[in-house]
Design a binder for this molecule. Structure first.
Ligand code: PMP
Length: 420
């Protein structure tokens, strides 16, 4: 069965987005799983990688692997330049004004922890408030709970409605003079909602609160400009944006990063160490203690180069067409319940089939080559809100096709017959 159907061909004509060609860049997609063509709809968990990214890993290790910043020798100099060029690539991608505003991290989780533990512990005191939202990933809940516990600050939560949209009128009431930081996700991993972060950032600015945006699920779908958003911090992980695992970015406004204490000590983050006193390196190295994920950062930049070269208007139209087609086909299945029906969404669909356990459905889909995620998606408070243990989540990328959606729909019909 071809994973590019007539419907895909029509889309290629109308959007100019040539998915058939794009798929050639992703070798992993061309395989069978359990005797069926692989349908990879777990992009929200991690994206697949184009050949240029795979080659960049191999090229690093076969040509210039060396530790950075400390060596005078040839390989170390090449690796150091590539690492610092990667920083420049990320700066230009996010449209940050200065290269020093880009801190390399292990990923979104580490970026949020860095701000919570460094800025949070230095600046929060009893009675101050930290505002998050009810749809946050655990990575944007737990670090703030830990810091609130340590400092006596209070965690406030912007509620959501049934559609999975933040209730802005409540946000207005919750964000007050007591708010010191607002930390919210740009896009929900569990529901796909695109949050009105511009409005939220505006509310925070009115009370002089800082803003941190968790961009983990935004960057794989659209371009982000940190200067036009005017947020204070923005974090994301490379692995959801066509890059490797274990590496990511914290963008922070320079004056804030400069004022923040380091949160880990060790090599590379110092100017001078004596037993009497240590002085710290300037940002961003102050926050990059120890040998970093050198090849990860270099390869992340390669992934970003690949992503930036694509036609984003065409991708947006194409992904929205995938989303509406999937919604239409899924709603034809008896007992279908959708979770997250926000007006503005990335192509992520969370659903349940009445009376069926999501794991059982996920298991049968896998037997038919279809990879989806089942469970709470590290967002247990959302599941509590809907009163369910978890959902089945199909999260699409620009390399997915309409034919793949058809394969998932056929497998779901079968799952219904087998499990009912
Ligand atoms: N925030 C959101 C919205 C996410 O989707 C994820 C990953 N599922 C994270 C944070 C954590 O990302 P990582 O595990 O790459 O640190």
């Amino acid at each position: 069965m071809s994973l590019v159907s007539d419907k895909d061909k029509l889309m290629i004509e109308s959007t100019g987005f040539d998915v058939e060609n794009i798929r050639k860049d992703f070798p992993i997609l061309h395989q069978k799983v359990n005797g069926k063509p692989l349908v990879y709809f777990d992009n929200g968990a991690t994206s697949q990688k184009p050949q240029t990214v795979i080659d960049a890993i191999s090229n690093y290790y076969s040509s210039y692997n060396a530790n950075i910043h400390r060596g005078v020798h040839h390989l170390s100099q090449i690796a150091t330049s590539a690492y610092e060029e990667a920083r420049e690539e990320v700066r230009s991608y996010l449209n940050a004004s200065k290269k020093e505003e880009i801190v390399f991290t292990k990923g979104t989780t580490e970026g949020i922890n860095l701000v919570a533990h460094s800025w949070g512990r230095a600046n929060l005191k009893a009675g101050d408030e930290v505002v998050i939202s009810a749809m946050e990933h655990h990575a944007n809940i737990v670090p703030w709970q830990m810091v609130c516990e340590a400092t006596g600050a209070i965690l406030k939560v912007i509620p959501i409605d049934n559609k999975g949209e933040l209730i802005l009128s409540d946000a207005e009431k919750l964000i007050t003079e007591k708010t010191k930081i607002l930390s919210v996700m740009h896009v929900s991993n569990a529901l796909g909602s695109i949050n009105p972060i511009e409005d939220l950032i505006c509310l925070a600015k009115k009370v002089n609160a800082l803003t941190l945006i968790d961009g983990a699920q935004a960057v794989p779908h659209f371009m982000v400009d940190v200067q036009s958003l005017d947020c204070d911090f923005y974090v994301f992980s490379a692995h959801k944006l066509l890059g490797p695992t274990g590496v990511g970015v914290l963008y922070g406004k320079l004056e804030l990063l400069e004022a923040m204490p380091p949160w880990q000590g060790g090599g590379d983050m110092i100017k001078e160490v004596t037993f009497a006193k240590t002085t710290y390196a300037d940002v961003p190295l102050k926050f990059e203690a120890g040998t970093p994920n050198i090849e990860g950062c270099i390869v992340m930049a390669e992934a970003i180069r690949y992503w930036r070269a694509l036609d984003h208007d065409a991708i947006d139209k194409y992904e929205q067409a995938l989303l509406s087609y999937a919604k239409e086909k899924l709603s034809e299945i008896d007992g279908m319940i959708f979770y997250g029906t926000a007006e503005k969404k990335v192509p992520v669909i969370s659903f349940l089939l009445e009376g069926l356990h999501p794991y059982d459905v996920g298991f049968i889909l896998d037997k038919h080559g279809v990879a989806v995620r089942t469970g709470h998606h590290c967002a247990q408070p959302i599941m509590d809100f809907y009163g369910i243990p978890g959902t089945i989540r199909a999260s699409f990328s620009f390399y997915n096709t309409f034919a793949e959606i058809d394969q998932m729909i056929d497998a779901l019909h079968l799952a219904k017959r087998m499990l009912s």
